[in-house]
Design a protein around this ligand. Structure first.
Ligand SMILES: [Zn+2]
Ligand SMILES: [Zn+2]
Length: 156
């Protein structure tokens, strides 16, 4: 890995800066077998994740899934969980619920298809950057957990 690290830096800009997917460098492949394997692994994982995402999205369109979701939202477990969250942060809870619903009806893309607004890593949550008032419920940006924690701690 070390032997071709410098070449990598010269050939490819840091991930997220160009907005393009990084590709294994052909130079890198010939100079170091270890690096080559490493790049391939990353690529395969990325492909696997995309394939998995497609399957999930397809599954979400099925009637079976809609029934399961509906049943879950009506279940005691869900209600108990909701109540606990609701008591702690009622506004935040309602804002989150509306985002979840918007994703289900395809008004907002699924979080797995987005990149973090700040660091371009895979996003994991939606952040209500304008607050939790009703009119801002769908005013969200995709963020990763690290950046999201920072925002709420007031560091970022
Ligand atoms: Zn981030
Ligand atoms: Zn947030």
């Amino acid at each position: 890995m070390v032997c071709c690290a410098e070449q990598n830096i010269q050939l490819w800009p840091a991930e997220g800066t160009s907005g393009k997917e990084t590709q294994p460098s052909p130079l890198c492949a010939t100079t170091s077998a270890g690096c080559f394997i490493g790049d391939i692994t990353v690529k395969t994982l990325e492909e696997k994740r995309k394939a998995n995402l497609k399957a999930v999205q397809k599954h979400r369109q099925t009637e079976k899934f809609k029934i399961t979701i509906k049943r879950y939202y009506q279940s005691k477990k869900c209600k108990a969980m909701s109540k606990r969250r609701y008591i702690r942060y009622p506004e935040r809870f309602k804002a989150k619920q509306s985002v979840n619903y918007a994703v289900i009806i395809n008004k907002i893309p699924h979080i797995k298809t987005r990149r973090c607004y700040f660091c371009f890593e895979q996003a994991q949550e939606y952040h209500h950057y304008k607050g939790y008032e009703r009119k801002f419920w769908l005013e969200v940006i995709p963020v990763c957990i690290k950046c999201h924690t920072k925002i709420h701690k007031g560091v970022a």
